[in-house]
Design a protein around this ligand. Structure first.
Ligand code: ADP
Ligand code: MG
Length: 690
């Protein structure tokens, strides 16, 4: 038999049979390596032994106590048992209660001493310890008396099972985890050894050791990420693009019905400079909602057209594609740019006609959804590709579109303002332009915080807006991927129905939620754009980028559940027309809480960049972007927000390594290459690191 190593299947471990292995695989854990890389979500400090007399309600505490009464188990109703007894130490006694744990309670005996860990609660007869974990005094240290890891679990894998498997994997394999960080970097930044770090991140000896372990693993992850991004970028730097010769966009400016802001002008200049170079453009344009990114994208398309190249603009939804097509084609056609729309739901004959024209070069500017990356779409000479709402697309989809041209210039657009320092790293493979100015004359959106006592008034106010022909969004945050998702969804459905029967009586109210198919979402949005529907009750973030000038109200229920940046995105859906708009934040949070402070920050500014920095300050480690950040690999331990400092250090070291060995082909960098390949999941996104 081969010697077991990190790639050995998880079944090798004691206590992991076929069934458990299957359950583990649901957590993405198939090998010993996967298991060791499955980091705790949190920790429980079970070291603190308290005297019973010192306990108070709400504590999570360890006590060492002797069972001083009989253990009584009763069954108040079928399938439900309550076991109770008293336990004492030298300071006093407490009641201990277990629900539905007949089996474990069977392991306890009166007169014996155990270590119990659990939550202290106030009940009718005084304090009690509810459903504690316990172990015998002599063997304590496995479940109590230590800092224990808390892992994400799944059916069939309990906390105890996962901890036991982790312990045995660490005992046997922590010595053989290869050191991926170069020795000099490790020394320079006093980063702990890899084996130590893995042991301590799972079963910390103390807070200090946990910190040391964490710092190293965070550094490692961000270092690999930075190197990977640079590697991607480095490869593109050596590609040859098609430089444009004519970079005069004044005819485009003259055709526009408005004059551009100076920020828009500056960004178009940056784009024109890129396109004149023989290296293909790789630029991201970051601009707050409503800052006018579309006009910038169109300028680039105009330059491509003047230089005999075709442009493809890809957007995430059909409705957005239609909007872009409508708003752009008028002006562009005047300038001679032949525009066309391509969406999946169009008639087959129509799609066929567009594709034929596209391959013949009879279309200069193709606007569409994912449909434009399907295999049978070909271009005569695709010189520029633009991706709008970039976070909705993966790296692979971008690469597929790019492969339809010969190293086309690439422009991606993002409406998520993030602090510049962060952007530099997150978009490590792109140059960054920022549109930091809104077109003049926008009416600021009035933002109000509404508590329950004002709820009825607020809804009456919204109804008045609807009666005047305006439209409203009502957002109910919903955690869709937990077990209760279904129940929550039903409650939102009920809420929507209630609104249409009472507060919004006589108006059409529709529900938009994440479980709908894209086609259905598009249909709902279309009816809202046309005015057939007056209000949308939505559980998820409303379709990005869609412009509904008549929408004047954004009402957000349980507003404290959203991060600032999400709020800002939502608020950006209104205030797009000439009418005064309102953002109503429903929340009952106390005036002094951080949640209230956050909502207050929203009232004070409309600047997305300021808001994102405030978000960073207030939320720290919170998940800023949602789970998947902008098509970047998922991070397992580091956070773009709370680990900014480490991120900068790691990036600097990555630059130094890449300068010495651009292709990472030195033998000592072999492991690094492997790790980058793993992190960027090559098979999925088609970037090769060979
Ligand atoms: P976003 O950056 O969110 O994609 P859009 O490109 O959709 O914003 O622009 C929002 C609105 O502002 C559109 O109706 C557009 O025509 C208008 N707009 C863009 N630039 C200007 C400008 N410089 N002056 C006036 N209106 C503008
Ligand atoms: Mg847009």
């Amino acid at each position: 038999m081969m010697k077991p190593d990190l790639n050995t299947g998880i079944r090798y471990l004691k206590g992991v049979g076929e069934k458990r292995a299957e359950a583990f695989s649901k957590l993405g854990i198939n090998t010993v390596r996967d298991l060791l890389g499955y980091f705790p979500r949190d920790y429980e400090d079970r070291r603190n032994f308290l005297k019973i007399s010192a306990l108070s309600a709400g504590d999570k505490a360890c006590i060492k106590a002797c069972i001083s009464s009989d253990i009584k188990t009763r069954s108040p109703r079928r399938g439900f048992t309550v076991s109770e007894f008293r336990a004492v130490d030298e300071s006093g006694g407490i009641k201990i209660v277990f629900f539905n744990q007949k089996y474990s309670v069977g392991k306890l005996f009166p007169g014996h001493t155990y270590v119990f860990f659990g939550k202290v609660e106030e009940r009718a007869g005084g304090l009690c310890l509810l459903n504690p974990t316990f172990e015998e005094e002599e063997s304590s240290g496995q479940k109590t008396g230590a800092i224990l890891p808390v892992y994400g679990l799944t059916a069939g894998i309990s906390a105890d099972v996962l901890r036991a498997a982790m312990r045995s994997a660490l005992a046997e394999f922590s010595q053989s985890i290869p050191e991926v960080l170069p020795e000099d970097i490790r020394r320079k930044h006093s980063l702990a050894h890899v084996g130590f770090s893995y042991r301590e991140i799972h079963f910390p000896t103390s807070e200090e050791e946990l910190e040391i372990a964490k710092r190293r693993l965070v550094f490692e992850e961000l270092f690999i990420l930075s190197l990977g991004l640079m590697h991607l970028r480095g490869r593109r730097e050596h590609e040859l693009g098609t430089p444009i010769k004519d970079s005069d966009f004044t005819p485009y400016l003259n055709a526009l019905p408005f004059s551009l802001t100076s920020a828009q002008r500056r960004v178009i200049d940056e784009i024109a400079t890129d396109m004149q170079s023989s290296r293909p453009m790789n630029r991201i344009v970051q601009g707050d909602v409503g800052s006018g990114k579309t006009a910038v994208a169109a300028a680039a398309a105009y330059l491509a057209y003047k230089n005999g190249m075709q442009t493809a603009l890809m957007v995430p939804t059909e409705i957005l594609a239609e909007q872009h097509f409508k708003s752009l084609s008028g002006n562009m056609e005047k300038l001679g740019v032949r525009c066309a729309l391509l969406c999946g739901s169009m008639k087959a004959s129509e799609k066929k006609r567009i594709k034929e024209k596209c391959v013949l070069g009879e279309i200069d500017f193709l606007i569409g959804t994912h449909a434009i990356i399907s295999e049978d779409v070909e271009f005569e000479n695709l010189g520029l590709m633009i991706v709008d709402e970039q976070h909705r697309f993966g790296v692979r989809q971008r690469a597929t579109l790019a492969s339809k041209g010969n190293n086309p210039h690439q422009l991606v657009m993002s409406a998520t303002p993030i602090p510049r320092s962060l952007a530099l790293i997150m978009y490590g493979d792109l140059d960054i332009s920022v549109i930091d100015e809104l077109p003049p004359g926008r009416l600021p959106v009035d933002t109000l915080i509404v508590n329950d006592s004002k709820r009825a008034d607020a809804y009456a106010f919204i109804k008045k807006q609807l009666d005047m022909g305006y439209r409203a969004y009502v957002v109910c945050p919903l955690i869709e991927d937990n077990e209760d998702g279904e129940a929550e969804l039903r409650s939102v459905e009920k809420f929507a129905k209630e609104l249409s029967d009472t507060a919004f009586y006589g108006k059409k109210v529709e529900l938009l939620h994440g479980k709908l198919r894209q086609k259905e979402k598009d249909a709902v949005m279309r009816r809202f754009v046309s005015g057939e529907t007056s209000a949308i009750v939505s559980t998820t973030v409303i379709e990005v980028g869609v412009n509904v000038p008549e929408a004047t109200v954004m009402a957000i229920e349980n507003a404290e559940r959203f991060g600032l940046s999400q709020h800002h995105q939502l608020r950006g859906r209104v205030g797009r027309g000439s009418a005064k708009s309102y953002c109503l934040l429903f929340s009952n949070v106390k005036k002094t809480s951080t949640a209230a402070e956050r909502l207050q920050a929203l009232r004070e500014t409309n600047d997305g960049f300021k808001i994102s920095e405030e978000d960073l300050r207030l939320r720290g480690p919170g998940d800023f972007f949602g789970t998947r950040q902008h098509g970047l690999p998922e991070l397992r331990i580091a956070s773009f927000m709370s680990d900014m400092k480490t991120l900068e250090l790691a990036k600097r070291e990555a630059v130094a390594v890449a300068e010495r060995d651009r292709t990472l082909s030195l033998p000592e960098h072999k492991l690094l290459r492997e790790r980058i390949r793993e992190m960027f999941d090559v098979s999925e996104n088609g970037n090769s690191f060979n």
